[in-house]
Design a protein around this ligand. Sequence first.
Ligand code: P6P
Length: 339
Amino acid sequence: MHSSLITIEQHILEQQKAHPEATGILTGILYDIALAAKIIAREIRSAGLRHILGEAGSINVQGERQMKLDIFANEVLVRMSSFAGRVAAIGSEEMAAPIFEMGPMRHGKYVLIFDPLDGSSNIDVNISVGTIFGIYRRKSDDGREATMEDVLQPGKVLVAAGYVIYGSSTMMVYSTGSGVHGFTLEPALGEFLLSHPDIRIPERPQYYSTNMAYERWWSEGVRRYTAYLQGMEAEKPPAALSSRYVGSLVADFHRNLLRGGVFYYPLLYKPGKAPKPKLRLLCEAAPMAFIAVQAGGYASDGTQDILEIVPETLHQRVPFFVGNRSLVERAEDYIRRYG
Ligand code: P6P
């Protein structure tokens, strides 16, 4: 069969066969996410025509103005993954606290965490946005409701993670720990078809991706690291790099996954304010770190492996460096030397 005719459902089943102990529940969750992605993609594609663009008028737990599509995407993902008894807890960037399934639904074996629509401030200027998700096995026994301990798990124990990018085409990229695989939505069929099997970050990086407007608030180490990436330090990067920054994590990450490079959002030391990271550990950094490592890359908070960080709170934020392992380790090196 021609590889491009492999649907994501067929591929997920193939991946499941590689795990004899699999019960098909994780497969079901990934199906649900793929379906939710199709529903969200349809809404985003036609949003501009239905005047539902613009702000919902509400503020989310992050203190960010919620776009109507943020709320829509969150509701679709919650609805698609609840009531099937597969997940015992659902955590979302858009919800202050996790949903702990009750009653007969409390027996789910998994925990689902997501950012339903990352980069949503870019929606009404037609820039790519994305959904990011991570799936954990619950730690508590499935005879009772899940607890916060089931939610606050480090990325190294993720059983699956991935993202959907709503861009020039809609793609779903996922890993269950056996490599990274990309699927492109064929709208005429309503199917995600295998388009990027076994994605590996190219050895030779092409891009560095960060918001240079913040340079004045970076630490000395991050400023020196950026100069290194620009070829201004005595030691040179493995290739002459171009700068690309979309301001939508999924778009910046996806480009670097396919072309090679590093994305970073470091701590900002604004005068008179405590240094505050921006990106969320559980629903952004950990799933993207899992994907990066599965594709041969690495992710760090500047001092340690993102996948090793045990979350203390649901909406904990971290500095984030992700991409080619050599470039991310170099960032750690500069921060170690210069702070
Ligand atoms: P800044 C989008 O709001 C987001 O959470 C990420 O998708 C993106 O990488 C980052 O914030 C952009 O932040 O401060 O550069 O606009």
